[in-house]
Design a protein around this ligand. Structure first.
Ligand code: HEM
Ligand code: SF4
Ligand code: SF4
Length: 387
């Protein structure tokens, strides 16, 4: 059992109380808290689909962005999508608000797993890959703002360059990579598009890492929740249609910009402090989040690891199929065995949950030092603490 200081316990209880209240309103079948991981995943699919439609009409160049509005360039192509393509403004709005919703639901998901103490030990890969996912999502969202190539995009691009400048020799190649050259050119916008789309696809890789240690992650909410979420996004598009700032003019130096609280808060932070403070705070936040599972509030005695009694194992694989943390590997049985396979426990993944003990009909798995009676007592204690 985890030893928590009072405040972690209170957060856990608080979170569970909110879930109970939501159960009363939405019933446990449709309680969004029970699909907290699936919610950002849903918005990711919405973003891929709406992004694909926008991509069909988007032109990543800055040529004459300010001189001739009829000319095709990034700004005018976004204008064309918004004003001329049927439902273009809706698709653009859905893309923007689904991004905002993804950030909100990721935060809800992260807070939920933290407060309910489901984020460390055998879940460490999920926690760390989650942080990578969150940082990536923020960067992808920010590059989305550059693509419009309006005044805000120009300010953000220049602020990013200034942020790289303070990094000295490390910042120089980063700046070159970011601008795709020494200065802002057509190549820069092509690079922004590449980063935006390329990083979006890299999310799939990190999601694979995120899920690899979970046997049956819940990745889709019930359709009703999807419909409600989609309806909320469309209603937002209706009530808060997207506007465009004036086109970027390279000769001008705008200093103010509208802050999207979900993606652009790092720029707000930079504008209120300076690039160095921004880097230090960002580093502090990322490293701090990675260290959360190792803090004094997360001290626990080691979990009892399952053990296979080799000479009883028939290699039926039932335990491996049932293990929630993919902690059992079926390996070829040693020479001379009557069976083909043998179950092997990967101790660093094992949560000591005992599911494999129940799954095995041959009495071939034990939980180290724990008797059946202990397990029953623990289940009873847990059940009464949740009621
Ligand atoms: C793109 C963003 C993300 C997506 C789509 C996502 C999705 C998911 C899904 C579907 C699950 C399985 C949930 C279940 O079966 O109940 C999960 C589990 C988990 N996620 Fe995420 N996640 C994301 C970001 C994060 C972040 C930012 C964190 C924390 C820093 C995080 C930490 C975890 C942890 C610790 C688990 C294991 C929870 C458990 O075993 O109950 N995830 N995630
Ligand atoms: S369920 Fe039992 S017998 Fe079957 S593979 Fe697992 S340990 Fe072996
Ligand atoms: S106790 Fe068994 S089922 Fe549970 S995580 Fe460990 S190996 Fe998997």
């Amino acid at each position: 059992m985890a030893i928590h200081p009072l405040y972690t316990d209170s957060l856990n209880k608080g979170m569970l109380k909110i879930e109970h209240v939501t159960n009363v309103i939405a019933t446990s079948k449709y309680n969004p808290f029970y699909y907290h991981g699936a919610l950002p995943q849903f918005f990711l699919w919405v973003l891929f689909l709406s992004g694909l439609l926008l991509f069909a009409y988007y032109i990543p160049t800055i040529d004459q962005a300010y001189a001739a509005k009829e000319m095709i360039n990034a700004y005018t192509s976004v204008q064309y999508i918004t004003n001329t393509i049927p439902f273009g403004a809706v698709v653009r709005g859905i893309h923007r608000y689904a991004g905002d919703a993804m950030v909100i639901t990721i935060l809800l998901h992260a807070v939920r797993v933290w407060f309910t103490d489901r984020y460390r030990q055998y879940r460490i890969v999920q926690w760390l890959s989650g942080i990578v996912l969150f940082v990536l999502v923020l960067v992808i969202g920010q590059t989305g703002y550059y693509l419009v190539w309006d005044e805000r995009a120009l300010v953000l691009t220049r602020m990013t360059v200034a942020a790289f400048d303070v990094l000295g020799p490390v910042g120089e190649p980063l700046k070159w990579w970011f601008l795709n050259g020494r200065a802002i050119t057509n190549f820069t916008l092509a690079n922004f598009l590449f980063i935006h789309i390329g990083l979006s696809f890299s999310l799939l890789f990190f999601l694979w890492i995120h899920y690899v240690r979970m046997q049956r992650p819940i990745v889709t909410p019930p359709p009703v929740i999807n419909y409600i979420l989609m309806a909320l996004v469309v209603v937002s598009v209706y009530f808060w249609p997207l506007h465009m700032e004036p086109p970027a003019v390279m000769a001008m130096h705008p200093t103010t910009f509208d802050v999207d609280p979900f993606f652009l808060w790092p720029y707000w932070l930079m504008s209120k402090t300076n690039p160095l403070v921004f880097w230090i705070l960002s580093l502090f936040l990322v490293i701090g989040s990675c260290l959360v599972p190792y803090g004094p509030w997360a001290k626990t005695p080691p979990v009892p690891v399952a053990e296979v009694v080799d000479n009883k194992c028939t290699g039926c694989s039932l335990c491996a199929k049932d293990c929630p943390f993919a902690a059992i590997e079926m390996v070829p049985a040693p020479a001379g065995s009557r069976f083909k396979l043998l179950a092997t426990i990967l101790p660093y993944r094992c949560s000591g949950c005992g599911v494999c003990v129940g799954a095995c009909a041959f009495d071939a798995v034990d939980l180290a030092d724990i008797q059946d009676a202990d397990i029953t007592a623990r289940i009873k204690a847990l059940a009464s603490s949740q009621s």
